[in-house]
Design a protein. Sequence first.
Length: 171
Amino acid sequence: MGLKSRRGGFTLIELLIVMVIVSLIAGFGIPMFARSMERAEVKGAAGEITALMRLARGRAIATREPSTVVVDAETRQAWVVAGKFEPEKNQRAVEGPVAIPQSVKLWTLGEKNVLVEFSPSGSSTTCELALTAQDAHAGNDENGYHILLEPLSGRARVAPNTELKAHEARE
């Protein structure tokens, strides 16, 4: 019985190979996870603003009076007021305010406030609003979103910027 039994366990080489593989997975996975969290925050903010627009449209139709969605880039809030928004008046919000996270950048074409007015027929004024991650360099960042509004029907929806780029390329 000259055979020695080998003890169970791992060699140093096996442990090093496992550590390298785990490091590679973490090196690629963590940044991808961070980007997906950032994208989720941007999409969530766009969804909340769009929900306010849908609510304002429904309110205007139901009450037969205009409603306005105000998106204030300075205070990073969005809310709905009854009637037309007049900054000099202290109008009470009928819905909201919805806070826009600091990690989300609003692109409002230089305006302090984006105002979208919904008429009792359901139609609306136009809206130019894009949301991206705070570190994005332009409103057309591929991980960003646009809020699209059809003025005749007043219907609002969220569209990824990649969808807009594909649409612009076809035109």
